[in-house]
Design a protein around this ligand. Sequence first.
Ligand SMILES: C[S@@+](CC[C@H](N)C(=O)[O-])C[C@H]1O[C@@H](n2cnc3c(N)ncnc32)[C@H](O)[C@@H]1O
Length: 217
Amino acid sequence: MQKISRVSRTKEEASQNYDRLSRWYDIFASSEKKFTDIGLEMLAVQSDESVLEIGFGTGYALLKLACSAHPKTVHGIDISSKMRTITEGKLQRVGLKNSAHLKTGDALKLPYDNSQFDAIFISFTLELFDTPEIPIILQECHRVLNTGGRLGVVALKKEDCRAIHIYEYFHKKMSTLVDCRPIYAKESIEDATFQITQNKKMTMWGLPINILLAKKS
Ligand SMILES: C[S@@+](CC[C@H](N)C(=O)[O-])C[C@H]1O[C@@H](n2cnc3c(N)ncnc32)[C@H](O)[C@@H]1O
């Protein structure tokens, strides 16, 4: 198995970077939405379920989760305060402001109780945690999920292929803009003692994308 690249920027830099990107993020990341939608379909949040999104960005998935889980409150955590402001504005415009509790902070230590959630969604965000942090955040997900709770992850998949080699080259050269790096999401989720229940592989501009559903047994 080839090593995944390390993340050298600080959390402060991550927060500043996403603050700067926030205004343009919806345009910049428009091609990712179809994969997020498939991840949401697989997670299939029901009304009255308690759900958390980690790295909610400009709120594309969070708004959908807030509708699905209604009348239960949806929670979200993101390191960028400007992403949170944009998401709160969108929630307000569709009358769902009171259906979501958003926090600004590093998701490495989740500020939630044990077994608080039925479902967690992470889309294009697990890739942003440094290699030693990935098992820690997945353990945190395990802790805050109920037994039988679901974890939905959409992530760039590390593979030994040309598209990934080219992408990793740009990630090295322009890591503020090309921030996500391909990871072994499935293996990391299994190592955190989740059971994978669905595993979809798709491609975006030739890049392998993993869409995974896992269960805390
Ligand atoms: C690539 S964006 C993905 C946003 C959204 N999930 C989507 O699919 O459109 C990554 C998001 O994760 C947030 N993020 C990065 N590092 C984080 C951390 N350590 N804790 C919480 N959020 C983080 C960023 O601020 C950004 O909003």
